[in-house]
Design a protein around this ligand. Sequence first.
Ligand SMILES: [Mg+2]
Length: 390
Amino acid sequence: MRITEVEPILLRGETTYQATSGAEEATDNGDWQLLVRVATDAGITGWADVETLAPAAVAIISGQGMSVLGFHTLGELLIGENPLDVARLWDKLYIGSAYYGRRGIGMQCISAIDNCLWSIRSQAAGVSLARMLGGRRRDRVTAYASTLFRETPDAMAAAAHGYVERGFQAVKFGWGVFGEDPGRDRELVAAAREALGPARHLLVDPGWYPAGWKGEWRPRSRRESIAMCRMLGEYNVGWVEDFIHPERFDEYAAVRAESPVPVAAGEQVATTWEFERFIRQGCVDVIQPDLSRCGGVSVAIQVARMAEEAGIDLVPHSWLTHLLTGYSLQLIATLPRARFVEFNVSQSPLTRGIAGAVFEMSADGTVPIPDTPGIGVEVDVDFVRAHRAN
Ligand SMILES: [Mg+2]
């Protein structure tokens, strides 16, 4: 089998990222979305979504490369290769783009391509990705509704009630106005806890730059971070997420040592080398690789091994289309210990339309993990064609 095409597909939508003041749902990136399609001469195709600066990513995948090693575009490195040689191709992409890549957009594009290759590999074997990765340990997992903070306690309560009515046993509120005013922060969290009741999981993602950000960055002091964690502990928050500058591994470890609430992070971390440092330095209780940023499935499966060795949990970050949810679910199926799948309830018409609503939640708040070849998520090609911008 040979790779015949590596196609970046740029989609344009009509809404923009926004938190809402009232109970109504927030919106994720609704203006641009990049998909990657890898095609083969065997007729097997892999699809992946990627959270990145989409227009620039198009140039990295299919633009004009240079002759010097390290300045190649990713597509030209793959044409004619056997897609089953996933590990070798990951290295080839990394080295071929190393002078401009290694992290950021370069690594995000590699992540999408790597996911496509894993999808192709499992489709070619006629098994689900989870079975390709070593096999399924479960067929369902609890979904958490992942959304943004609302501006008032009443709106928080109404929003939380809405998720409970839909059957969610766990909800994460993040960003929005959180962090602007510690007094209001407490009221918002208290309202959410009250509405969810004592038994459901409440997770908080305070953001690592202040809400209402207008190009300014004011980090929390260590004392402020610890005070925030203690406040969240009063409301039995299940984890506090990604609230420290992503380069400050030392700060994560220091705050975690004082926090009564488990610390979750890792959505900004990429490559096995960086995850190794992040985990070994004792930064987190819950590691959250994003499969569209971390280096793809190839990196995520190694992170799973590191997490097991360190005795911490792994819950993939997945706040994008159903494709990323699909890849994340396949990884979750293989974990010795699984807690949640992140469920993006704030999808815009653009991110929602790429693949139909494929994960039916049951009354106990869990979603099924597909066991069909690949990841069990079908791209809506008519929708993609209608929104294509390149
Ligand atoms: Mg987050």
